[in-house]
Design a protein around this ligand. Structure first.
Ligand SMILES: *Cc1c(COP(=O)(O)O)cnc(C)c1O
Length: 404
């Protein structure tokens, strides 16, 4: 029986009913993610307070410029979340009632929800089993006269096949939306041999700045684009439909309150100044995982294709021997009992209740997505992880799998 005092010495043991070996009990817990926010960031936010302008000021434009320049895009329109960024792109493209948008069912929920916001229809296309991105070879047969756009996701920071996507979009006269929310810093080699950054590969791209992303603004997102019509509309849509230079009380069109404050932009700007250092740290942690997982049977590390450079967002492995989702959940709980945070990324979007209800989706509709989703486990991943901590995660994963 555990006494109260003994339990207090094990703050990471939130799950009861697990037997954890003695040597693990002394180790501190390892979080799933942790933003890299330092004194520069704190100072930048304090400076905004000192200057007194905490909304719609110069930091907004500086931040937009920094992200747009970094991704090689002409314009950046910063908003209060990545979801808002996706939504106003869909709207600025005139996608509406009954229009169809081709997208992936294996993603964060926002990439499909932004289509529903405008009463358009997501036409899901299954994924490639290695990159986990939309399978371009299946797109042709999903195109109908109502198809208006393709919304592809650079999943877990690995770019989708943009050469093929561009070809398809050109051939069928479709708009291309890049959900690059997970891919800041990722690069893709175009068919002409040049490298382009994620976010710049479609008509418009998006980044998100929730604290688990590559950089954070607390909450926030941005639209990046080369198209001045999309940039102008997005600027209006984030601010109640107001156009630049018109009366504040007389918006031009239906819009939203998606603005982002100066405080958040100052934080993001300070993060962008350290972007190379931040991405290098994440890449280093990913390489430790790849090295240490190489000999672990039944665990597949993320695929790193040639011609693509991953912008590391999360570290999601696949338990390839997993017979069911329940097995992964059991391994997850064992790991958590050992003080190691982890999560199951992602649940198939088409099987979520409101998608089943609205569209009648069933198990078996997108078999690769469903199989992959029943194998995935996101391991702790952030800049400050040490090699020793990564090694402890890998050892604990092995022990957890043996225990299940
Ligand atoms: C994080 C993310 C978003 C946006 O998320 P917000 O929480 O709204 O900022 C959109 N799409 C994908 C794929 C994401 O991972």
């Amino acid at each position: 029986m555990r006494s109260g005092s003994r339990r207090r010495r094990q703050p990471h043991r939130r799950h009861r009913g697990h037997d954890v070996s003695e040597e693990k009990q002394g180790s501190p817990p390892i979080r799933l993610s942790s933003p890299d926010v330092g004194t520069d960031e704190v100072e930048a936010v304090l400076e905004v307070f000192r200057n007194g302008r905490i909304a719609l000021g110069p930091k907004l434009f500086e931040f937009e410029r920094a992200v747009a320049d970094y991704t090689g895009c002409a314009y950046g329109v910063a908003v209060n979340s990545g979801t808002s960024a996706l939504h106003i792109i869909v709207r600025s493209l005139g996608i509406g009632d009954g229009d169809e948008v081709i997208t992936t069912p294996f993603s964060f929920i926002a990439s499909a929800n932004c289509i529903l916001f405008e009463r358009a229809i997501p036409r899901f296309v299954d994924i490639e089993p290695d990159t986990l991105n939309i399978d371009c070879s299946l797109i042709d047969s999903a195109i109908t006269p109502r198809t208006k756009a393709i919304l592809a996701v650079d999943l877990f920071g690995c770019p989708a096949d943009w050469s093929q996507l561009r070809e398809l979009a050109r051939a069928h006269n479709l708009a291309l939306i890049e959900d690059s929310c997970e891919a800041l810093g990722a690069r893709y080699r175009l068919s002409d041999g040049t490298w382009a950054r994620a976010g710049s590969l479609g008509d418009a791209g998006t980044f998100a700045f929730y604290p688990n992303k590559q950089i954070t603004t607390g909450e926030g997102g941005i639209v990046v684009t080369d198209r001045d019509d999309i940039a102008a509309l997005c600027r209006s849509l984030r601010n109640q439909g107001r156009d630049d230079g018109t009366d504040w009380m007389q918006p031009t069109r239906l819009g939203y309150s998606y603005r982002i404050a100066e405080l958040n932009c100052a934080l993001g700007l300070a993060q962008m100044r350290r972007i190379d250092e931040i991405l290098a740290a994440r890449k280093r942690v990913a390489s430790w995982y790849a090295e240490l997982l190489a000999d672990v049977a039944g665990v597949r590390a993320p695929y790193e294709p040639e011609a693509k450079e991953t912008g590391w967002f999360v570290y999601v492995v696949r338990l390839t021997e997993s017979p069911s989702r329940e097995y992964v959940y059991a391994v997850r709980d064992e790991l958590r009992a050992r003080g190691i945070a982890c999560a199951n990324y992602f649940y198939p979007i088409h099987l979520l209740p409101h998608y089943r209800e609205q569209f009648g989706f069933r198990e078996g509709d997108f078999p690769i997505t469903e199989r992959v989703a029943s194998q995935t486990l996101a391991l702790p991943f952030y800049n400050q992880l040490s090699r020793e901590e990564v090694a402890r995660v890998v050892t604990s994963l092995q022990t957890a799998m043996e225990a299940v």
